[in-house]
Design a protein around this ligand. Structure first.
Ligand code: FAD
Length: 602
């Protein structure tokens, strides 16, 4: 162990997106020594890409909004398999976390009388998303980053954590390498907050950044932590479909929230055909009413009309688009049209500056005059590391998780805006409890043998003189996940997918990488493949067991929701070299939540 650069901390935070930064701020504020580690540059985490806003029931625009309605929207959007306690804490604490951001210097868009402006989004009953045009993630990261630096948190950038270690049944520390030099280092820590985001790079068409390789999920799973609900993968309805080089790039939901219409190649607003039973009564069912809503939005008047069906939750809209294309009513490049050109050009440019630039520069489309072509793109993982609702603790003492890599809040489908609020609410909680644990717990010794084994595995691709390239295996993985574990699934496809993933796991063990350790992206990818394949197999196995369709999980052979599955989460643990996935009962709703949901149904 002496041969490694070693850093001791009460708490390490792995990941410097919204969740990691907020956790680090809290842990440091509680008096713990904190090391924050991220594989990109500080300020460049995936969170920076977030566009539409942060969901928080501040009631600035719609005075009837409150935490109860936000909580009910989250549970309904998650098709009732969310952890109710997380949904409650999230809705209750989000407004305070937003106000805190403002105190730390965040500059949100404003109402005419100076309050924080809020916009409409899919699945939210009221205008709830706090935003900065369509660049909210940038402001969130900027604010949290400044606070982190101000507090004196030690930051390790361009540093990838590859393994976590356990001793005496509890977390003991981590192995990492500097991306630039390939040199190894050890973090001797008493507690860790995992905040590493999702695993979208396992799919061919995705809105996710290169960082999303399931590292955190696979590392905690490797030392006995549980993963939950991994079958729930969100396909966002609106990704770019053309030109091919930018396929999958996100087109924010704000386009629809600010008045964008979805149309097929017959000019039909097809979403009116796709309003599910549980949303009937809440959504406009005529174009006339939807038009009234649009006028009220355009003129910033109080809303009296029900929302248009374009603003149904993402899972519903994504599947509707998929079916329009499959049935021959798609656009030129196998998408559908998203049109906001009926709104004033000045309004579009002010509300959606990034979208205006994105289409102008990448697709030569002026969205103030022309419709966009869009289609579903893999966007978000509702499933993740299983945590305690209050503390974000995993089942491994000393190990905490927050943000997209954690599970529970969003159930089967996440509502737009609920991720950024998730990051600040549960990032803070994870930091708080990790600090409490880290400050009072003695150091655990990292086992030498485990470090030696990890080092050997890490450098093995350099020792092989021949073998497939990591890029080839990555392409195959993306093909398998998109074809067999995609937006629609079936038993035979999933079985084929699992078989192919197992073959890929074997193939990945033979990968050979050229060159040396210094900034070698092929070698970085070789390690990421290991974690992506692990996460992908857990997704596929969960999907096979959930014999129903719910939220982000749609089975062609079981197209309906089934009662038997409404009361369970699927939980995966490592069992030898395979995941063991089993149903576990969902925590029962408290009396308060039962009452709330009964009232909401009226
Ligand atoms: C284009 C786009 C727009 C979006 N818009 C919105 C929106 O408007 N509202 C909303 O609520 N949500 C939105 N989302 C979703 C939201 O942005 C993400 O879910 C959220 O930012 C995830 O934050 P995080 O802190 O969990 O992870 P991230 O921000 O992804 O951070 C992960 C961190 O982990 C680090 N990391 C990963 N692996 C390792 C490792 N092995 N070692 C060290 N570091 C590691 C990364 O370097 C990074 O710092 C959007 C997503 C996309 C793609």
């Amino acid at each position: 162990m002496d041969k490694y650069e070693t850093h001791p901390y009460d708490v390490i935070v792995i990941g410097a997106g919204g969740a990691g930064l907020r956790a680090a701020i809290e842990a440091k504020s509680q008096g713990a020594s904190v090391g924050l580690i991220c594989k990109s540059l500080l300020g460049k985490a995936h969170t920076v890409m977030a566009e539409g806003g942060i969901a928080a029931a501040m009631a600035n625009i719609d005075p009837s909004d409150d935490w109860k309605t936000h909580c009910a929207d989250t549970l309904r959007g998650g098709v009732y398999v969310n952890n109710w306690r997380m949904a409650q804490l999230h809705a209750q604490e989000a407004p305070e976390r937003v106000r805190e951001l403002e105190q730390w210097g965040a500059l949100f868009d404003r109402t005419a009388d100076g309050r924080i402006l809020q916009r409409a989004f899919g699945g939210h009953k009221y205008r709830r998303l706090v935003h900065v045009g369509d660049r909210t993630g940038l402001e969130l990261i900027r604010t949290l980053q400044e606070r982190t630096v101000q507090l004196g948190v030690d930051v390790y950038m361009e540093c990838t954590v590859t393994n976590l270690f356990k001793e005496d049944g509890r977390f003991a520390g981590a192995l990492a390498y500097w991306r630039e030099s390939g040199r190894l280092m050890i973090f001797q820590a008493k507690a860790a907050v995992i905040a590493t985001g999702g695993s979208g790079k396992a799919y061919k068409i995705t809105s996710n950044s290169w960082e999303y390789a399931g590292n955190g999920h696979a590392m905690v799973y490797d030392i006995g932590a549980e993963l939950m609900d991994m079958e729930f993968v969100q396909f966002h309805p609106t990704g770019m479909v053309w030109p091919p080089g930018v396929r999958g790039l996100l087109v924010t939901e704000s386009v629809r929230g600010d008045g964008g219409l979805l149309k097929n190649n017959k000019g039909e607003r097809f979403m009116f055909k796709h309003i599910p039973e549980r949303y009937k009564g809440q959504i406009s069912d005529t174009e006339a009413e939807a038009e009234k809503w649009l006028t009220e939005i355009r003129e910033a008047r109080p809303i009296t009309a029900r929302k248009p069906p374009e603003l149904l939750p993402r899972d519903i809209v994504a599947r509707a688009i998929y079916n329009e294309v499959k049935e021959g009513r798609g656009s030129e490049h196998d998408g559908v049209y998203l049109d906001i050109s009926h709104m004033p050009a000045e309004y579009v440019k002010r509300k959606l500056p990034s979208m205006y630039m994105q289409f102008k520069e990448l697709a030569d489309v002026d969205i103030t005059k022309q419709a966009m072509e869009i289609g579903p793109t893999m966007h978000y993982m509702m499933g993740g590391i299983r945590v305690n609702a209050d503390s974000q603790a995993t089942n491994v003492p000393g190990l905490y998780a927050a943000g997209e890599c954690a599970a529970g809040l969003h159930g089967a489908n996440r509502l737009g805006g609920n991720s950024l609020s998730d990051l600040i609410v549960f990032g803070r909680r994870a930091g708080l409890y990790a600090a409490e644990y880290g400050k009072k717990t003695p150091e655990a010794k990292i086992p030498d043998a485990a470090v030696d084994r990890a080092e050997k595995e890490l450098f093995a691709p350099f020792d092989r003189k021949s073998g497939p390239s990591p890029y080839e295996v990555h392409r195959e993985l993306q093909e398998v996940m998109t074809t067999y574990v995609g937006i629609f699934r079936s038993e035979s496809d999933l079985n084929t997918g699992i078989q192919k993933l197992q073959q890929l796991r074997e193939k990945a063990k033979t990968i050979s990488v050229e060159g040396n350790r210094q900034y070698n992206p092929g070698w970085h990818l070789a390690k990421d493949l290991d974690t992506m394949i692990t996460v992908s197999e857990v997704i596929a196995r969960g999907a096979l067991l959930r014999k129903e369709s719910r939220g982000g999980h749609a089975r062609t052979d079981f197209p309906k929701m089934e009662d038997a599955f409404s009361k369970v989460n699927f939980v995966a643990v490592k069992d030898g070299d395979k995941p063991k996935v089993e149903p576990k009962p969902l925590p029962e709703w408290s009396d308060e939540i039962k009452k709330l949901m009964a009232e909401e149904k009226k």
